[in-house]
Structures are given as structure tokens and as C-alpha cells.
Design a protein around this ligand. Sequence first.
Ligand SMILES: *Cc1c(COP(=O)(O)O)cnc(C)c1O
Length: 227
Amino acid sequence: MNIQNNLHEILTKIRHYELKYGKPNHSVTLLAVTKKQSLEKIQAAIDAGQKTFGENYLQEALEKILFFAHENLEWHFIGPIQSNKTRKIAEHFSWVHSVDSYKIAQRLSEQRPSHLPPLNICLQVNISAEETKSGINPDEIISLVSQCGDLPNIKLRGLMTIPAIKKTLEEQRAQLHPLKLIYDDLRKKINYIDTLSMGMSDDLEAAIAEGSTMVRIGTAIFGERIK
Ligand SMILES: *Cc1c(COP(=O)(O)O)cnc(C)c1O
């Protein structure tokens, strides 16, 4: 497992797809997803220049954030959020991608320490209408966006989704496309919205084709997760 090579390969693909689909160079950010990956692998990614990392499980994330505190990294929380976990999330992360209720947004805003800049958030949208997935329905986006606008210590940056698994590029694109339309619409109304968080190891190309600005890649960089 050569993390440096994998990272380089993914970044090369991202730049290639930006070009292929007419997106500005470097308009897509790479979030390296390190849940259930070892400290050694994370260190290798840091040594290769990666600064932005995503984690799903709070306890595991806090240990890693502490361990790498001297590295000046940017941590994104991307996992399901229980309300009793919001305080630690608000204290230790720069971004949260998985906000799916006003209650959670409100708690994150209230609990964000005053010496830190506003917490960047994305609303998680369940575009595939899968019962098992968290996220709001597309028709709930507008009202949650306007509610979040009144919260002082969070900054709404955009939308995030975890789509159902599809095999072909066409199927993957078709599934992501409606969210891109909603995102574009939202940007016309709120000028500081700039983030469409979609795309994982298996749908990277489709996500960039459909206008993703932040891809969340785990196994393609770090290999299979432990456990
Ligand atoms: C695990 C995870 C990823 C990364 O998935 P890979 O298939 O390993 O690239 C991205 N986003 C979320 C929300 C995840 O939980």
C-alpha cells in the first residue's frame, strides 16, 4: 500500500475530470476519509501533503485530532450525528457535512466555542430516498436553509449526499444530477454557498461531471478499512 502514490493518482484523476467536464482547474477539493484507518497511513498522507481529512466516528476522530494536533490539519465530520455528540463536534471540527435537522444545527451553533470561526456546515440530502440513509428529503432543503440562516455560529456552505450504489457512470450521474440543479438554484439565492460535497471512491468521475466541489475519498487512498 503506497499512500503517496494513491493520493497522487486520485489528485491526477480529479484534475483530469475537471478538464474533461469543463470545470475550473482546482475547483474540486479532496477530503481524505480516514475512518478505520491507522495513524501510520494518515501520517503517510500528511507527509505527501494532504491537509484535509474526514472522519465518521466521534471518539475515533478525537483521538486522531489530538494525535495530529501539531500538524495544522482541517478536520471534517461526515458521519451520523447524535445530539449528545454535538458539543465535541462543535469544539473540534472545522466542518460538518452531515447536518440533517434544525435541532442539530442549532446545537452546533450554540456549542461552537466563541474563540473559533463559525463552523462550516453542509446539509445532508437523501437523494435516493433510501430508508436506511440519513439526510433530509430534497423538498425539505429550502426551509432548513432558511432556518440555518439565523444561527450565528455556523456558516452554511452547501449540500452533501451519499447516493445509493450504482454501477455505470450514466446511472451514477442520473442520480446525482437533481441535487446539482437544487444546488445551483440555492447559489442564486445565497451567494456564500459554494460547496457540493459528493463523490466517493466508486463514483468520483460521476460526481465531478455533475458539479461536485468536494469529493470524499477513503479506500482508493488508504485501502480497505480495518474491522
Ligand atoms: C466512508 C465514507 C466515505 C469514503 O468512502 P470510500 O468508498 O472509502 O471512498 C465518503 N463519505 C462518507 C460519508 C463516508 O462515510
